[in-house]
Design a protein around this ligand. Structure first.
Ligand SMILES: Nc1ncnc2c1ncn2[C@@H]1O[C@H](COP(=O)(O)OP(=O)(O)OP(=O)(O)O)[C@@H](O)[C@H]1O
Length: 697
């Protein structure tokens, strides 16, 4: 693409007309060819519902219109979904611009995705130069847990007299240390104090885990960032990779972690071409190592400091909803953004609905969802949000009973379903035979082959020189020999045939085995077909495996009735998964202490502050109507020990009495109104009193 000319740029304000002044400033900053601040770093503090997505999309489109090469713009988003949405919007704006600028026709971003996804691509590309096989496997959390467990056994840690942390905890500690870049001792003290006594053993475990990953050419999620960060500690590579992108734009910067910030700063040490967008009031991922300091400290990294633009006009919510959300966040101990304002008037304050218990909560939500649908608000325009996935269990039962379709976000993941994992394990093992976790799974899919044989085959592969081992000749039990030989040929065909045709025989083979491997094979076969359809949209097997591992589709047939896309259905979502979305009507379940803040998160004041921001994020998803449901007692399921108990709940501490005036308080069901006595009802038809007395006369 050639450099743009000044005439083109001068025309642009017309197409930016519908943006407000702050949004336009954020789009244009540093893009004028002769501006003194050309390409200076920019921080956009974008309040909830202030049009962040649209602003960022316009900035990208504007850069393209101004002559930037689409292959040299890097756009980093929080999720794949956000990246897709951004690409769609950019494409729409660019299509319009292309009417008068033919060179823009078909221009689209080549480098947009999550940090992990982009990291994986760069690592594959630079693999040879950093001692990695380009065909390395990416392990998801479950695979990583399996591997760390294996290593834990091998080191004899699982046999300690006192109980050593379980695999999930070990992995969480490892991940926290990597993502926060803090020393292990500090991580243990702050977040896992009950494991502090194991510091030396954990260190040993992590070293062995890293060695195992390296021997097997396996990277876990954290490695994608870690390797990327390490790769650019080499000055030449940092310059080369940094220079490849003229512009780097980062969305949801408040939820990035230290490692991600260090990657950005290493790629763009002077901040040239760097734009970050975010909202400190919506930082809700500290539990994964994100730090709100990244956004707060961003300007001061540069000299002169990064320019800052604040978007504080909210286009989403009505004034009463926004007023209540502002009131909640105004009680935060540390705040940096301004109160948001809106021109959307509205009469209805958010409602605090008091209900007796979980059952009434479900009934109340269903009743108001249906009432709104009667008023013309489609189910899809309504959402029910909750802090923890299990909070919606009762509601799900009620919705199913009443035949109301719904989709749940933040629940079971496609990739976590055993049958999908099986097929992926076969594929991964086909391209990386050293990947023990995938191999272990794939080999044992055969009737008559168990862990012992699988271990032996994998040992043989590990000790053979690459490419010098005949899979078909491995020592498997005689009964399995025929099936095994066919399987070995199948794997070889993957390497030999073209993508995505190579996937088909594997799916066919697996579907044939399914009746033996799992229950309800017929339903699950649908997932395998779905997998094949998804696969066909990727350019090659590596990209497919990478992106599917990093950002899986959200649902499987295991989940309660996923409706067809054109059907209407209610949205159920954890607050975390509701990030970046909006609905006409929102109900929040369990607005009580113990659920929000979660009783698992009341350890430190920073955890409490994050829970407050979660409430804020939930409230700011609503456009026209917002109900916060307050059950007076709720069921406690995740208690220590056994038992089934209810506790009496109190309204969330984030809505204290002093901000109650921002809400309307009601209860459900409404108290029964006794009929007023009328003159007719007062007329004595017959004298019952006299009858009673007469019994004893
Ligand atoms: N200049 C504008 N004029 C009219 N409507 C706008 C404008 N900018 C944004 N909007 C609308 O405001 C709503 C919120 O925009 P968007 O989803 O981009 O917000 P956001 O800043 O990403 O919010 P959050 O951070 O809370 O997820 C959308 O419905 C969008 O169409």
């Amino acid at each position: 693409m050639t450099a743009g000319n000044a005439t083109e740029v001068a025309e642009l304000p017309a197409y930016l007309d519908h943006l407000n002044e702050a949004q336009r400033a954020a789009v244009l900053f540093g893009t004028e060819p002769d501006a003194p601040e050309r390409d200076h770093p920019l921080l956009v503090i974008a309040g909830a519902g202030s049009g962040k997505t649209s602003t960022l999309a316009h900035r990208v489109a504007h850069l393209l219109a101004s002559g930037a090469d689409p292959g040299r713009i890097l756009l980093l988003t929080f999720s794949r979904r956000a990246a897709d949405e951004m690409n769609r919007r950019v494409a729409r704006i660019v299509a319009q611009l292309a009417k008068s600028r033919p060179r823009l026709a078909g221009a689209s971003l080549e480098w947009s995705g999550t940090f992990h996804g982009i990291g994986a691509r760069l690592l594959r590309e630079f693999a040879g130069r950093i001692g990695l096989e380009p065909g390395f496997t990416i392990h998801d959390r479950e695979d990583s847990g399996d591997l760390i467990n294996l290593v834990r056994h091998e080191l004899g840690l699982s046999a300690k007299s006192k109980r050593f942390p379980m695999k999930g905890t070990c992995l969480a500690i490892y991940s926290a240390a990597v993502n926060t870049q803090a020393p292990l001792g500090e991580v243990l003290q702050q977040s896992f104090p009950w494991c502090s006594e194991w510091e030396a053993d954990l260190k040993r475990l992590f070293l062995a885990y890293v060695e195992a990953k390296q021997a097997q050419q396996v990277l876990d999620y954290d490695d994608l960032l870690l390797y990327w960060a390490q790769m650019i500690t080499d000055a030449d590579l940092a310059t080369e990779i940094g220079a490849r992108f003229t512009h780097v734009l980062v969305d949801e910067y408040q939820d990035t972690n230290r490692l991600q910030a260090s990657i950005l700063l290493a790629m763009k040490p002077d901040g040239r071409g760097l734009t970050v967008v975010g909202d400190d009031a919506q930082a809700i991922y500290a539990f994964r190592g994100a730090t709100v300091r990244n956004i707060l400290d961003f300007p001061a990294h540069f000299d002169p400091p990064a320019h800052q633009i604040t978007l504080d006009r909210n286009y989403r919510s009505t004034q009463p909803i926004l007023g209540a959300a502002n009131a909640v966040i105004s009680l935060a101990s540390e705040r940096f953004t301004k109160d948001l304002w809106t021109e959307r008037a509205g009469a209805q304050k958010p409602r605090l609905v008091s209900v007796r218990d979980d059952a009434d909560q479900a009934a109340c939500v269903v009743e108001s969802v249906l009432a709104r649908r009667e008023e013309g608000v489609r189910l899809k325009a309504q959402a029910v949000l909750f802090r923890a996935s299990h909070h919606s269990a009762r509601l799900e039962v009620e919705l199913t009973r009443r035949n109301i379709p719904f989709v749940k976000f933040g629940g079971l993941k496609f990739l976590e379903a055993a049958h999908v994992k099986d097929v992926l394990a076969v594929l991964r093992w086909a391209i990386n035979p050293r990947d023990r976790v995938s191999g272990f799974r794939a080999i044992q899919l055969h009737a008559g082959i168990g862990p012992k044989t699988a271990g032996r085959v994998l040992d043989n592969i590990a000790s053979a020189a690459p490419g010098c081992l005949l899979l078909a000749e491995q020592p498997v039990p005689d009964a399995a020999r025929g099936a095994w030989t066919a399987f070995a040929a199948l794997l070889e065909s993957v390497a030999a045939s073209t993508w995505p045709a190579s996937l088909e025989p594997i799916c066919q083979w697996y579907v044939g085995e399914m009746a033996r491997l799992c229950d309800d094979a017929a339903i699950r076969a649908g997932d395998i077909e779905q997998l094949a359809r998804i696969a066909a949209t990727y350019p090659n097997l590596e990209r497919f495996l990478t992106e599917l591992t990093l950002d899986p589709p959200s649902a499987t047939s295991d989940e309660a009735g996923i409706p067809l896309l054109d059907e209407d259905y209610l949205i159920l979502s954890t607050i975390h998964s509701a990030k970046g979305q909006e609905w006409s009507a929102v109900a929040l379940l369990n607005a009580v202490d113990g659920c929000l803040p979660s009783d698992l998160a009341t350890g430190s004041s920073s955890e409490i502050e994050e829970e407050r921001r979660l409430l804020y994020v939930a409230m700011t998803r609503a456009k026209d109507a917002l109900d916060l449901i307050v059950p007076q007692r709720f069921h406690v399921s995740q208690q220590h020990g056994h038992g089934d108990r209810h506790v009496y709940a109190s309204r969330t501490r984030f809505i204290p009495n002093r901000i109650l005036e921002s809400f309307e308080q009601t209860s459900w069901p409404p108290p029964a109104v006794a009929p007023r006595p009328t003159a007719e009802s007062r007329r004595i038809a017959f004298d019952l009193g006299e009858k009673m007395r007469s019994m004893w006369k």
